[in-house]
Write a protein that binds this ligand. Structure first.
Ligand SMILES: C[S@@+](CC[C@H](N)C(=O)[O-])C[C@H]1O[C@@H](n2cnc3c(N)ncnc32)[C@H](O)[C@@H]1O
Length: 254
């Protein structure tokens, strides 16, 4: 995991406040039916489960579980984001993932999608584990570099796209975060999302310079990067990337 330590919570809230209006449409993966179905089917919490969606944002993941579990709680730091997600959870808490305002062992399942890159990831995962009961599960879903060959270019792209990003992952980092927090039987899955880079880069919070910088990295991508991302430069000018999500699921012990 690479970390930029100068990013603060204030930077993150400012970033997402700017992005809120366009957030749900800012990437294909946000509302990707196949990914949401995968999560719903794979995690398949029982109908009486108490579930926590950390960094729930506008509630795009929560929405899939609302009504299918006993109780669903969302927590997020950015008011404009979680205000939009209010109807997708049973309870909404304005708070920090690094210091969850919940008792120990209260949840059956805690998950986060694309949240822990903006915070102290180890502290947040450790809080998720603390609040889940023994035998319950913690799930992390994060955009990741494939490995050494694409890491430098991809992290540069991610930094340009999201100046408030603090952590940059390869998928094994997710396994380590869960294991180090005391989870066992950690399983790691790959999920590939084909993204239109132009749409993805135009997120409402970065200027033309950053967007052009992102496209320039793709246009000059090394062979190693292309081996994994299979970048397509389409005739209509679009750039298509096979972005990788790591999905890690661990079981909480005592
Ligand atoms: C990329 S969005 C992900 C939203 C949602 N999980 C999804 O998949 O659509 C990241 C969210 O993390 C929230 N966030 C960032 N740092 C946080 C922190 N320390 N505690 C709680 N939420 C945080 C932001 O406010 C934002 O809503």
């Amino acid at each position: 995991m690479q970390t930029i330590t100068t990013i603060t919570a204030t930077d993150v809230v400012a970033h997402f406040t700017t992005r809120t209006a366009r957030y749900d449409d800012s990437s294909r993966w946000c509302t990707d039916r196949r990914m949401l179905d995968w999560l719903s089917n794979h995690l398949s919490p029982p109908p009486d489960a108490v579930m926590l969606d950390v960094a729930c944002g506008t509630g795009l993941v929560s929405k899939e579980f609302k009504g299918k579990v006993g109780k669903l709680i969302g927590v997020d730091l950015t008011e404009s984001m979680f205000t939009r997600g209010r109807s997708h959870v049973d309870d909404l808490v304005h708070g920090s993932a690094e210091c969850l305002p919940f008792r120990d062992n209260g949840f059956d399942l805690a998950m986060e999608r694309q949240g822990i890159q903006f915070m102290d990831a180890a502290a947040a995962v450790s809080e998720m584990v603390r609040t889940v009961k023994p035998g319950g599960r913690v799930c992390l879903i994060q955009l990741c570099a494939y490995g050494e060959e694409d890491r430098d270019e991809y992290f540069k792209i991610l930094r340009l796209r999201n100046p408030a990003r603090r952590n940059f992952f390869v998928r094994e980092d997710l396994t380590t975060l869960l294991s180090d927090s005391g989870c066992v039987d950690v399983e790691l899955y790959d999920y590939i999302s084909e993204e239109d880079v132009g749409r993805w880069a135009d997120n409402g919070a970065i200027g033309a310079d950053n967007q052009d910088g992102i496209k320039a990295v793709y246009r000059c991508a090394t062979e190693g990067f292309n081996r994994y991302h299979a970048v397509r430069l389409e005739d209509d000018g679009r750039i298509i990337d096979r972005m990788l999500f790591g999905i890690a699921v661990g079981t909480v012990t005592t």
